[in-house]
Design a protein around this ligand. Structure first.
Ligand SMILES: Nc1ncnc2c1ncn2[C@@H]1O[C@H](COP(=O)(O)OP(=O)(O)OP(=O)(O)O)[C@@H](O)[C@H]1O
Length: 353
């Protein structure tokens, strides 16, 4: 666990970047620091690995004051990932990933094996190891940044807007991969972003900062969305707070019922919409008898969110979300009413203090 106890950071020019910060970052979870530009998120992060020292107060890792921990131990135990990956441009990808193991004096074979293993872990093809950072896409560079941070298997990862510089599609992919990795690795992650949607998606807990380095609220995403402590936090969460809440609940318990289905080659009769399935039973789309064109339907599984379910009902010509099993095979449909009922239930559960 990382704890901040009455931590202040004042720069030489008199700027207070962090003010009386008390915060306990739980072990094995993702804690997200959010807030608008200049509110002290990066400064908070950099005080953990002592790239900056606090002006007053104490930061502890597992009860030990970070000022008493040797630099080499901090480098081994804390991975650091920043925006635009921060890779060394004149070192190959493999050498970048090997930075900390080499600093720690690992032998060559151990370093090579670890680099290979990490590249696979973060989804990079092995032959990219010989390239230089500028020969990679932005998303690939971020993956290298994550691999480099994980190299010595540190229990703590500090991530400062790591996905800030990539396009929204790649960003969503990298977020999903981080969640997948975290489910396995259970690191203590402190993640800085100014994007509240990213915070809600990734955070087990979210710390909202206000300019001047004030921590305003520290809650789970569901608590934050249902109980913002003041108007500042409510404004920061923005419009569609209810929809954001629906992104946290899954379709797992939403009832599924059958609908009329057909194969691609079938001639449809009647005026009804039918759901066309492939020979493998994966949903292809909705077809009406008057129009042979398919309106694509994307199947949702129990792990998808209520928000995705609601979106599917609104975009479908039938008002129905198509449900599939883990293998992507059709199992039925859910209507808006069933999704709404689950949403109401979820909301009442999170509203209970
Ligand atoms: N070296 C420095 N000297 C003086 N002031 C600084 C220094 N570094 C940061 N600051 C100031 O401290 C405050 C907090 O900065 P910090 O970088 O922690 O904010 P942030 O929340 O991470 O912002 P952003 O989202 O824009 O990165 C800002 O007012 C910033 O201008």
């Amino acid at each position: 666990m990382i704890s901040f106890d009455a931590v202040n950071k004042r720069f030489d020019d008199g700027t207070t970047a962090v003010h009386e910060l008390d915060l306990e970052v739980p072990e094995g979870e993702i804690t997200v620091l959010v807030g608008s530009s200049g509110c002290g998120k990066t400064t908070t992060l950099r005080m953990v690995n002592r790239m900056l020292d606090a002006t007053s107060g104490v930061i502890r890792i597992d009860g030990r004051d970070v000022r008493e921990i040797a630099g080499s131990t901090l480098r081994r135990d804390i991975g650091y990932v920043i925006q635009q990956s921060g890779l060394f441009p004149h070192r190959t990808v493999a050498d970048n990933i090997a930075t900390v193991p080499k600093l720690l004096g690992w032998d060559k074979k151990r370093v090579r094996d670890r680099v290979e293993e990490l590249m696979a872990t973060v989804g990079l093809a092995a032959d990219l190891g010989r390239r230089y950072p500028h020969q990679l896409s932005g998303g690939q560079q971020q993956r290298v940044g994550v691999a480099r941070a994980l190299a010595a298997d540190p229990p703590i990862l500090l991530m400062d807007e790591p996905f800030g510089a990539v396009d929204p599609v790649v960003r969503a992919l990298l977020q999903d991969e981080l969640l997948r990795l975290q489910a396995e690795l259970r690191k203590t992650i402190v993640f800085v972003t100014h994007d509240i949607d990213e915070a809600v998606k990734l955070g087990d807990r979210i710390a909202v900062f206000r300019t001047g380095g004030h921590l305003v609220q520290f809650s789970t995403p569901a608590q934050l969305l249902t109980h913002p402590v003041d108007e500042f936090v409510a404004d920061f969460l923005g419009a569609e707070r209810g929809l954001k809440l629906l992104s946290l609940a899954t379709l797992e318990d939403v009832p599924v019922r059958p609908t009329t289905t057909a194969r691609e080659a079938d001639e449809s009769g009647g005026d009804e919409w039918v759901l066309v399935l492939s020979d493998q039973d994966t949903p292809l789309g909705w077809r009406s008898s008057s129009d042979r064109a398919l309106i694509p339907a994307h199947g949702l599984s129990g792990g998808d969110s209520l928000l995705a379910g609601l979106d599917a009902t609104v975009s479908s010509p039938t008002g129905l979300a198509v449900r599939v099993d883990a293998a992507g095979r059709y199992v039925g449909v859910s209507d808006q009413r069933a999704i709404n009922e689950s949403a109401t239930r979820f909301r009442s559960e999170v509203l209970v203090p």
